[in-house]
Design a protein around this ligand. Structure first.
Ligand code: NAD
Length: 351
């Protein structure tokens, strides 16, 4: 089915309100998820609703928690998300960092105990809107690992995302990616759609490469992107996100349960304090144009910068609607019922 962004946002918002979330928070989470769908990342869109409803009902997601500054040492802030909606407490932690940069020029924010933060690019874009550069290292804990280390067969980490956003005078450059070959949610989406995943993304329980999303449920694993280099970056995300900013890393097996917590280390910088914002902007825009001017290789229509595919998808889906497969939609409707939304409200969304 194709659904318009307004209707989808409203349905997600109603589900979160049924969970007891305040209207403002429910709107923020719903809008964040739908924006992920619009940007082409269905893995981090409304397909997460069943997971969030499950977390709220089990008590691992505290639907009205706010972020709280627990350590304030000038340019260094530690912010506890108190297991609140990542989309709310992650945005609040980023707000604290942006505010601090006004005094210190650079802020390093440890943002811990966030329920699933969703699309990390959202926090990079938040900084870029304030004219700031940001770098984000994130680990993922709370459940069993899915990603094998380079050269290993046993799963040891999660999809640990990395993000860096650079403001320009128009759209920011936003590199926002899982350090696994593909995001875990993309395996879920491929499984729901009954399609194969790209070569090199998955390994079966014997460590043999596979394109079948089903192998993940049969002892298989996700591989890192870029062989040893992606594995190395995943480890840095684990250590900076989980050990420095956060409370724990994947090796604590006793805390591998059935929920998703993200710990995030953010560096937020004012580009004006280095060589001056003007020179920075000139070089960034010059590089953008230089890269765009590269002739497309065989099989490509043009050269893009990170962040551009998401904006193209958003423009297209904002007018044509957001595609949702039947199985995902069914799972969202079931979760809506569990959250306490009435049958008539669910029928209205489906109709
Ligand atoms: P992806 O592989 O689709 O894109 C990764 C990056 O590459 C993006 O910045 C994108 O703009 C860029 N890109 C894609 N095609 C390009 C091209 N042709 N030219 C230039 N740049 C290009 O993303 P992914 O790794 O599947 O991650 C998807 C989302 O999942 C991200 O938003 C990430 O934050 C999120 N994620 C979240 C968690 C979590 O625990 N919260 C965990 C993992 C991933």
């Amino acid at each position: 089915m194709l659904i318009q962004k307004e209707a989808l946002t409203e349905f997600a918002r109603e589900i979160f309100v049924s969970l007891g979330t305040t209207a403002e928070r429910a709107q923020e989470v719903a809008a964040h998820l739908v924006e992920a769908n619009l940007k082409g990342h269905d893995s981090h869109g409304v397909g997460m609703v069943p997971n969030y409803v499950g977390g709220a009902l089990a008590g691992s997601l505290l639907v009205n928690a706010d972020a709280q500054v627990t350590v304030d040492k000038g340019a260094v802030l530690m912010v506890d998300g108190n297991s609140g909606f990542g989309q709310v407490v992650g945005r609040q932690a980023t707000d604290y960092g942006i505010e601090r940069v006004k005094q210190t020029g650079i802020a390093c924010v440890g943002s811990r105990n966030n329920h699933h933060l969703g699309r990390i690019g959202s926090y990079g874009e938040q900084c870029a809107r304030a004219g700031l550069v940001s770098i984000h290292f994130v680990n993922v804990v709370g459940h069993a690992p899915f990603v094998s280390p380079w050269g290993g067969r046993d799963k040891r980490m999660q999809t640990n995302p990395f993000c860096c956003a650079i403001p320009t005078d128009t759209d920011p450059i936003v590199l926002d990616m899982a350090t696994s070959a593909i995001a875990l949610g993309k395996v879920r989406v491929a499984g729901m759609k009954g399609i194969a995943v790209p070569d090199g993304s998955l390994f079966d329980a014997e460590g043999v490469p596979s394109t079948d999303p089903g192998v993940l449920g049969q002892g298989g694993s996700l591989g890192p992107f870029g062989a040893h280099k992606g594995y190395g970056l995943a480890l840095i995300c684990e250590l900076l996100g989980g050990a420095l900013a956060g409370e724990w890393t994947m090796q604590d097996v006793s805390r591998q349960k059935n929920y998703t917590i993200n710990h995030m280390l953010m560096f937020i910088l004012d580009p004006d304090l280095f060589g001056g914002a003007e020179g920075f902007k000139r070089e960034v825009l010059g590089m953008r144009d230089w890269l765009h001017a590269s002739k497309p290789a065989k099989g490509f229509d043009k050269v893009r910068l990170p962040g551009e595919p998401e904006r193209e998808s958003m423009a297209e889906r904002a007018s044509s609607g957001i595609p949702i497969d039947d199985q995902s939609w069914q799972a969202i409707c079931t979760a809506a019922g569990k959250a306490g939304l009435s049958d008539s409200a669910i029928a209205a969304a489906t109709g």
